[in-house]
Design a protein around this ligand. Structure first.
Ligand SMILES: C[S@@+](CC[C@H](N)C(=O)[O-])C[C@H]1O[C@@H](n2cnc3c(N)ncnc32)[C@H](O)[C@@H]1O
Length: 219
């Protein structure tokens, strides 16, 4: 069951003004959507574009590459940036490498295979840190450890975006899950929201954009 966080008519109205970055990105979005790959929603992409325009990041970290849609978007949108992206699913990782190469951004998008937290440690061991933009978009129950690791490698003033914080409404509506199958997911996401909105290192705004987005600024 899906509950609309935002009225679907409102969403459709807003989505009418969405413009793909270029025809290649449009093709990749179509592939992702047709294959049910959970790439960023259009409205989330638009919010990210605004944040990127404001922040102009040089070093972007992403946890959750999937087929590389958002990684390509980051690289194409921020032409002076280096993008480091992590994926633990081999099939998705292979597809991402192919798509990133095809998009012509493989010189600036660095792909890492494995768990988000472990690979951030590897990136740090390679002497790479000072990220000024982070996108957390992987396993929802691991967001807290991804955030902790991201903070370690980010610079003061970094923008850290967490996607899907409303998990199709599950975070809010307990009656969407009468058998309690997603109880742990809900509890962990609620704990995560509590953490990012109260941790003194962060200043966080929660937004009902797409599937719910948290924008945190590292103090
Ligand atoms: C929502 S998709 C990412 C979509 C992508 N950011 C985009 O918008 O194009 C989430 C991805 O995170 C990956 N993932 C889940 N848990 C992970 C983990 N612990 N470490 C690394 N990747 C993980 C999944 O395999 C999946 O491909």
């Amino acid at each position: 069951m899906t509950i609309d966080i935002v009225n679907s008519e409102v969403r459709n109205f807003l989505n009418r003004s969405y413009t793909p970055l270029d025809s290649e990105m449009e093709k990749l979005r179509n592939i992702g959507e047709n294959d049910n790959v959970p790439i960023i929603l259009r409205e989330t992409e638009e919010l990210l574009a605004t944040l990127l325009k404001l922040k102009k990041p040089k070093k972007i970290l992403e946890i959750g590459t999937a087929i590389g849609y958002s990684a390509c978007f980051f690289a194409k949108y921020c032409k002076d940036s280096q993008v480091y992206t992590i994926e633990h699913d081999e099939f998705a990782y292979t597809a991402a490498i192919r798509n990133i190469k095809k998009a012509g951004v493989d010189d600036r998008v660095h792909t890492y295979f494995g768990d988000g937290e472990e690979q951030i440690e590897k990136i740090r061991d390679q002497g790479i840190n000072g990220f000024d933009f982070v996108f957390i978009d992987a396993s929802k129950s691991s967001y807290k450890r991804f955030m902790e690791s991201s903070i370690e490698v980010s610079s003061s003033g970094a923008v850290i975006v967490s996607d899907n914080i409303l998990i199709h409404g599950l975070t809010v509506f307990e009656d969407m899950d009468p058998k309690g199958k997603h109880r742990t997911h809900r509890r962990k996401m609620r704990e995560y929201i509590e953490f990012i909105t109260h941790d003194k290192r962060l200043s966080t705004t929660l937004m009902a954009v797409g599937d719910g987005v948290a924008v945190s600024i590292l103090r």
